[in-house]
Design a protein around this ligand. Structure first.
Ligand code: P6P
Length: 328
């Protein structure tokens, strides 16, 4: 089959989809479109690295720690380098915030977009062949183009995102993103080297019977969280938690469910990072009809005061998040 036949039989490529969507915005300059393509390119390269991790010397610990004090996996560092290089070469980014980088990476002062990312979330799962993911969030800078990037450009609320998404390196590799006009999912076709539209206009069911939380920490949760977990058990819900946020979130969005990482005794502000994990996925969740809160307040309305700020996260089907919050 020719490339055209394959794509015509299985759908629209990401490139074609981006071009079509751009044409719907008369003032679009093409810069955001190019940035999305740059992210997809980095995802293809990381997909190749992840798929061969067991066969090359890129699995396992890197022997360093990130700003969070967490041991970095070799692929954490590789993924970070791939993204920084792709975004730098793409020319559309003025600054990058990465989970793997202590400080802001200043790129092109003449560009208007800021990218916040977790290059490879859940990377401790790599060595045991469990799905992992990239999470990204895109903002328009607030300070004048041409000048140095300011903290105001990166410490923006989630409601200011112009786009966000994730790449899931799982049984198949998928790129899912939103620009504020719905959520669409693309499955990577290795024989083409293309992401092809496979999940158009994704919606999160209003309710569900899957709950995702690390119950090993049950006794370090607030009583309201324990009460909700007990409720889920009485309702005979399914417990699904694989230690990879992107995977748990993706499954819950498709089938209905809730993901909770609450504050604990050891993580009084929660574990997940507000800028490049919570906000990025909250945008997707809300665009698909779900919700994302910190247990009380809307994630995308939370003020950011530091780059690697953490937040509790309750995210997924609207009615399940509301029920969980009703136990407070
Ligand atoms: P815990 C991975 O480190 C991660 O950031 C998420 O992908 C995952 O859901 C969570 O942390 C797992 O954390 O404390 O339950 O092992």
């Amino acid at each position: 089959m020719t490339k055209e036949n394959i794509t015509s039989s299985i759908g629209k490529t990401l490139d074609r989809f981006i071009n079509n969507k751009q044409s719907e915005f008369p003032f679009a300059t093409g810069e955001l479109s190019q940035l999305l393509r740059d992210i997809a390119l980095a995802g293809k390269i990381i997909n190749r690295d992840v798929n061969k991790a067991g066969l090359s010397d890129i699995a396992g610990g890197h022997g360093s720690t990130n700003v969070q004090g967490e041991a970095q996996q070799k692929l954490d560092v590789i993924a970070d380098q791939r993204f920084v290089r792709a975004l730098t070469n793409g020319g559309e980014v003025c600054a990058i915030v990465s989970e793997e980088e202590d400080e802001i990476i200043h790129v092109n002062p003449n560009s208007r977009y800021v990218v916040a990312m977790d290059p490879l979330d859940g990377s401790s799962n790599i060595d045991v062949n469990v799905s992992i993911g990239t999470i990204f969030s895109i903002y328009r800078r607030l300070s004048p183009v041409g000048g140095p990037v300011q903290m105001e450009d990166v410490l923006q609320k989630g409601i200011n995102q112009v786009a966000s998404g994730y790449i899931l390196y799982g049984s198949s590799t998928m790129l899912v993103y939103t620009t504020g006009h719905g959520v669409n999912g693309f499955t990577y076709e290795p024989s083409l080297g293309e992401f092809v539209l496979s999940h158009e206009n994704m919606k999160c069911p209003e309710s569900g019977t899957i709950y995702s939380i690390n119950e090993g920490a049950y006794y370090s949760f607030e009583q309201s969280v324990r009460d909700y977990i007990d409720y889920c058990k009485r309702e005979k819900y399914s417990a699904r938690y694989i230690g990879s946020l992107v995977s748990d979130f993706h499954r819950n969005m498709l089938k209905g469910g809730i993901y909770i990482y609450p504050k604990t005794e050891s993580a009084p502000n929660g574990k997940l990072r507000l800028m490049y994990e919570c906000n990025a996925l909250a945008f997707i969740a809300e665009q698909a009809g779900g919700v994302a809160t910190d247990g009380m307040d809307r994630i995308m309305e939370l003020e950011l005061t530091e780059l690697h700020q953490r937040s509790p996260l309750f995210m997924g089907s609207k009615k399940m998040v509301e029920k969980a919050q009703s136990f407070r």
